[in-house]
Design a protein around this ligand. Structure first.
Ligand code: SDX
Length: 431
């Protein structure tokens, strides 16, 4: 990193400190505040980490003002059009696109780890029959650390790699099992002769009692969604995985923490929340009422699928998914998903409204992904599970990068203490 400096002066004391300024490949430069706490005894204050770089990373770059998203330098639009989810996994994990031979070996490695230990499948019976599949995912993925004692040394690069492969390989099986359990159907075993996404759809929808076929359009639509959700730099769930694993916690427990964070409706749970929101709208005539609620400061309601901490223009992933939604619905018949007409009317009204324009609130990745998932028959409570499956490679790539970072240490933010000043204990008979 190139080094210049910025000067910070505490005007109350007249003390100043020179802070190193680092420049990356793209995006804002950062100044290193570490000398400041040592020399000026000051902390920075940044609730929600809006302006704080928690690490240096070479995996994903986002330019929110220009609506740019790069995975290891490659525009996500090109990967969405020409790549596959497993090839994107290789790219995120290893930093470059694989040769044909490397891709073949990687695909075999992943598919050969797709089965889970039979003991793990007994975990499901402990959940209530109508448990949300995300609750099952948090529990079962965390439980993987009880099965793989042979690969829990996070300082061993081979242990890290086998754990990464196991998590990517087993997530579809665990996800499909969580769905099968919730509908009381028998679990399906993976079929390693199928592609990664097709194998998942088969485990989700096939039954032992009849042959199974799936439309290539459905497979490609889900592959597209998986590619677009694979990573997104230091979002809430990726930061959760980094913070959890910074203590030395094993990768399965750390990914389980990330799943818990992604479940929130402000984050990965938004795709499910978008559909639930659209389902409350009877007809396009009711859309203005919903937009009015979203603008009302006295109403906690927010337009799900709109707004983003970084994108202050259209989320490039939403743009791709909007087009894909049109294509999928053209094939299956738009009348199958009347919500699409309501969604496009909601988008039109919001994008013309001063409130949304002033705050740079545009559709994000979750606004159209739910429409496509609904069109290809994915049940609503599985939407965030699909996001979890797709994002596992992003979390794991960030985890591996952190452990290789010479500056890596346990994450431990500080605070501005605003509680009581020191005071002495008063015995109860004197209070
Ligand atoms: C994802 O970080 C990532 O990269 C996440 C993600 C990924 O790939 O990992 O991209 C995936 O999580 C996408 C976001 C999915 N969430 C939603 O769609 C939920 C609805 N959106 C919001 O809750 C909100 O926009 C956030 C959480 C996405 C961003 O919140 P910020 O950056 O903290 O913005 P904010 O809450 O400070 O809002 C700024 C203003 C406020 O109004 P004022 O106080 O200035 O008057 O915009 C308003 C907010 O009230 N606002 C909204 C709104 N989002 C923000 N008003 C109505 N509807 C909304 N959706």
């Amino acid at each position: 990193m190139a080094k210049d400096t910025v000067t910070v002066t505490n005007n109350a004391t007249g003390q100043s400190v020179e802070l190193p300024l680092y420049h990356g490949t793209h995006g804002p430069s950062v100044f290193d505040i570490r000398p400041m706490s040592k020399q000026l005894g000051l902390f920075t204050y940044d609730p929600g980490f809006v302006s704080t770089a928690s690490c240096q990373s070479g995996i994903t770059y986002i330019d929110g003002d220009e609506g740019i998203l790069l995975y290891r330098g490659y525009p996500v639009e090109q990967l969405a059009e020409q790549s596959s989810y497993l090839e994107v996994c290789y790219l995120l994990l290893y930093g470059d696109l694989p040769s044909a031979e490397q891709m073949g070996e990687f695909q075999d490695m992943i598919m050969n780890h797709s089965m889970v230990h039979e003991g793990l499948r007994r975990f499901y019976s402990g959940f209530h029959h109508d448990a949300h599949p995300m609750a099952i995912m948090v529990g079962v993925v965390g439980a993987l650390s009880a099965f793989y004692h042979d690969s829990l040394d996070i300082h061993d690069p081979q242990h890290r790699e086998i754990s990464a492969h196991r998590l990517i390989a087993k997530m579809p099986t665990i996800a499909a099992d969580s769905y099968k359990y919730s509908i009381g159907q028998p679990f399906m075993y993976p079929d390693n002769s199928l592609g990664y996404v097709e194998n998942y759809l088969r485990m989700m929808f096939a039954t032992p009692s009849k042959p199974f076929e799936i439309s290539p359009t459905v497979v490609r639509a889900l592959e597209l969604i998986m590619i677009l959700h694979a990573d997104h730099e230091q979002n809430a769930s990726a930061s959760t995985v980094r913070l959890a694993s910074s203590s030395g916690a094993n990768p399965f427990a750390s990914i389980s923490a990330g799943i818990g964070s992604l479940w929130g409706p402000a984050h990965g749970g938004a795709n499910e929340a978008v559909i639930r929101m659209l389902e409350t709208i009877e007809s396009v005539e009711d859309v203005p009422k919903l937009v009015a609620r979203a603008k009302d400061r006295n109403d906690k309601f927010r337009l799900m699928g709109f707004g983003h901490r970084i994108y202050k223009k259209y989320d490039p992933r939403a743009r791709i998914l909007r087009q894909a939604a049109h294509e999928v619905l053209a094939e299956i018949g738009a009348e199958q998903v009347p919500l699409f007409e309501i969604a496009t009317e909601l988008e039109r009204i919001a994008l013309e409204d001063e409130y949304f324009i002033e705050r740079s609130l545009y559709p994000n990745v979750d606004f159209y992904s739910g429409i496509i998932l609904k069109a290809i028959g994915i049940p609503l409570n599985m939407y965030t599970v699909i996001f979890t499956m797709a994002r596992t490679v992003g979390w794991i790539s960030q985890w591996m990068e952190m452990l290789d970072d010479p500056e890596y240490r346990i994450g431990r933010p500080r605070q501005l203490y605003v509680g009581e000043a020191r005071r002495d204990y008063v015995p109860i008979d004197k209070r």
